[in-house]
Ligand binder design. Structure first.
Ligand SMILES: NC(=O)c1ccc[n+]([C@@H]2O[C@H](COP(=O)([O-])OP(=O)(O)OC[C@H]3O[C@@H](n4cnc5c(N)ncnc54)[C@H](O)[C@@H]3O)[C@@H](O)[C@H]2O)c1
Length: 406
């Protein structure tokens, strides 16, 4: 659903002044969807903040599943617990600053609009939405009501990914012109057992299979490493018998700066990420927490006639707890960025636009796969504007303090 020409999203916004609060006060947040990622990935950071300097308080939680409401109560005994987001917002919106959305993707858009309409900032799990139209409408709504919308792009906060960024910042391999990205999983991720652990196999809840589940992580890392946004995609997908969503998704993205090829699988023999990044002067290989840097010291034919050249290899290890799917340790750094966006009143920042572009790519990837891997250009508009080469993102020290924030 898009607003018609000249129409605005939800012009009757309530609590418009609520983010004028002194940012030294704790942020008051609520969680909708207290499942695996909320309970294992987000809650520990919130609990840490609540106990130490009170940077954030979780004062309300909604979940449609009784057992998960009980789990939420046990973790946050002082928080008020609701059966759905509508009753939470009706009772609590005036006392909140932000809503953390951690339900399956099909509900993200509806819940985000309801929160924005009530004047709340939104922190939203990936993928931002299950269609590009919905994702664009969420960004548009956030702009209209001057509230932050921020995606949980937590892979950027993995220690090993920060090491890659620091090597790129050192410019030792030169500009990246080619990237391969492999995400191997031996099963689809499971949700909490008390609700529908296999909702990722139900398209109506998930919006798709591994591309919808993992594509965002692949694509936003690719944007950063290629220092650009893609202009075309070709993809293929396969689905094991009886399933509603794909197990395997592969795609090639064309960038103004080069090419990225990605392979994502829920039917691999191992759980692992493997990334390679290539520049003219060297390459970086990532395998979970291991990083190998190859730097070309002498070009072809220099070492010996006809030789391919000579590389110096360096190895680094950045423990990143990849086997723990909650990625709990990465959320604190992500939450600092969310608080930074609030402090700057950056309502629709780069991360939000990239989240929208990720959904656009997933959607186009599915279409390409359905049409025999036809190459599809990226459309005009937002994408066009974002397709300018990006300035490299400065390295952020893990655990940095955000100035002027609690
Ligand atoms: N960033 C990451 O690394 C990461 C990892 C896992 C999951 N996720 C994302 O987090 C979201 C949730 O995934 P999960 O694995 O935690 O799933 P889950 O099934 O464990 O949790 C979902 C919870 O939402 C509740 N719920 C469902 N519909 C609801 C609704 N309409 N209103 C309120 N509550 C509702 C369920 O009862 C359940 O408790 C998804 O968007 C997923 O992609 C992100």
């Amino acid at each position: 659903m898009q607003p018609g020409p000249g129409e605005k999203w939800f012009p009757n916004v309530q609590s418009r002044g609520s983010n004028r609060r002194n940012m030294k006060q704790p942020l008051r947040g609520a969680i909708v969807g207290y499942g695996f990622i909320a309970g294992q990935g987000h809650a520990p950071t919130y609990a840490k903040h609540m106990g130490n300097g009170r940077a954030v308080e979780i004062t309300a939680i909604a979940d449609i599943c009784g057992a998960r409401r009980q789990a939420a109560h046990e973790m946050f005994p002082l928080a008020r617990v609701f059966q759905d987001h509508a009753s939470l917002l009706a009772a609590e919106a005036g006392k909140l600053d932000f809503l953390d959305i951690a339900t399956p993707p099909a509900h993200h858009a509806e819940i985000a609009h309801a929160a924005l309409e009530r004047g709340l900032h939104v922190l939203c799990e990936k993928p931002m939405a299950t269609t590009a139209e919905d994702a664009r409408a969420m960004l548009q709504h956030a702009r209209e009501v001057r509230r932050v919308i921020f995606p949980c792009h937590n892979y950027k906060h993995a220690p090993v990914v920060k090491v890659v960024r620091s090597i790129l910042n050192e410019e030792v391999i030169g500009p990246v012109h080619q990237v391969t990205m492999q995400t191997f999983r031996n099963t689809h991720a499971k949700g909490v057992k008390e609700w529908r652990p296999d909702w990722r196999r139900e398209r109506v809840l998930s919006g798709g299979g591994i591309a919808m589940d993992h594509g965002s992580h692949t694509f936003y890392l690719a944007f950063d490493w290629m220092a650009a946004y893609p202009t075309a995609i070709t993809a293929h997908a396969s689905t094991a018998d009886g399933h509603d969503t794909e197990d395997v998704f592969g795609c090639t993205l064309t960038f103004p700066t080069g090419v990225v090829s990605a392979h994502l699988s829920w039917t691999a023999g191992v759980r692992k990420v493997m990334y390679t990044l290539h520049g003219k002067k060297g390459a970086i290989r990532v395998e979970d927490e291991d990083v190998e840097l190859a730097v070309l010291e002498a070009g072809p034919g220099v070492v010996a006639p006809g030789s391919p050249g000579k590389w110096r290899f360096e190895h680094r290890v950045a423990p990143s707890a990849w086997m723990d799917a909650s990625h709990e340790g990465w959320f604190s750094s992500l939450f600092d960025e969310f608080r930074g966006a609030l402090a700057r009143s950056e309502y629709v920042g780069r991360d939000a636009m990239e989240a929208c572009l990720c959904v656009e790519l997933i959607e186009r990837g599915y279409r390409s796969a359905a049409e025999g891997s036809r190459v599809l250009d990226l459309p005009d508009g937002t994408i066009d504007r974002m397709a300018r080469p990006r300035a490299p993102r400065p390295l952020e020290a893990p655990g940095r303090e955000v100035e002027d924030l609690v």
